[in-house]
Write a protein that binds this ligand. Sequence first.
Ligand SMILES: [Zn+2]
Ligand SMILES: [Zn+2]
Length: 373
Amino acid sequence: MSFENQLIDWRRELHQNPELSLQEVATTARIRDWLQSAAITLLPYDLKTGAVAEVGQGDKVVALRADIDALPIEEATGLAYRSGNPGVMHACGHDIHTSVILGAALLLKAREAELPGRVRILFQPAEENFGGAKTLIRAGALEGISAIFGMHNEPGMPVGSFATRGGAFYANVDRFAIKVQGKGAHAARPHEGQDAILLASQLVSALQSVASREVNTLDSVVLSVTRIQGGNTWNVLPENVELEGTLRTHRTEVQERVRTRVSEIAAGFARAFNASIEVTWYAGPTALVNDPEWAAFATRVADDAGYQTSTAALHMGGEDFAVYLQQIPGAFVSIGSESRFGLHHPGFNPDERLIAPAARYFAALAEKALQHL
Ligand SMILES: [Zn+2]
Ligand SMILES: [Zn+2]
């Protein structure tokens, strides 16, 4: 079987058998089997899911990372190799990333004697719920690594295209929950209560002014209220309303300013309406910040590999790879996958022609990075 077809076969097998974050048991077993069948050394880290392999010898170490988890989405592509696991789908293309990095591992194995160091290959669980990078770090998988590289497929870019940027790339992700407590009453006697629904709806409007009126328009910020819940019938004013949403930013100062303003506005509303409002923040991944030199290096290698390269725009999504980049310099890159439907869509269908060239690219990138160190 050709190299291209082997990687497509593996990708389809992963695609047909998707597993959710931290449940990637069969996926891990497959990855381990494939690596072992290529005589690639598996490192004995204590991991429930995910795998770490290594190729080469010597003191210098660079890392390649693929994420391996899927999403709780019912697939609607109608493909022959669609998910056989109801309600679970590789809708973010982590099956593609895994086959790309497996391919890079095979190519590096074939050049093992020539490599001027070691390439550690990380198959990371749980990217989607943002715990996987920490799990690998805690297990010690980052020890000795001087530079780390990873990719995400980009459905809006054609196959053969490549983009990255130095500095901030993916966003700081914050989740917030707001509890509005008013006073319940008969719907016909609102003056006896404190209408939590009216208060919550005014709060939603007021929060929109933080992003549009209190942050420099040249800074990126998104504040979305995504859930609002209160009441259970037509003739009772409920006592409580819950709001939930997300804040996305690239700069810490902007993130902190918005968080502070949301709390201040909530406190002001609570006072004005004689109600109680509680805001809770849950920190997600921090902004992904590429090392400018490694981002430029990765782009030069992509140019040499024949990719159409460009500077990536800022991305408002979150990416767990950010956690590695807080400890080790490196670069995260976008590779075109040309799907009509985007990431996390039940119809997402990336173009498999990206896989083999991307595998060759990452093998070349790892080897050149070792030479460069
Ligand atoms: Zn995703
Ligand atoms: Zn993803």
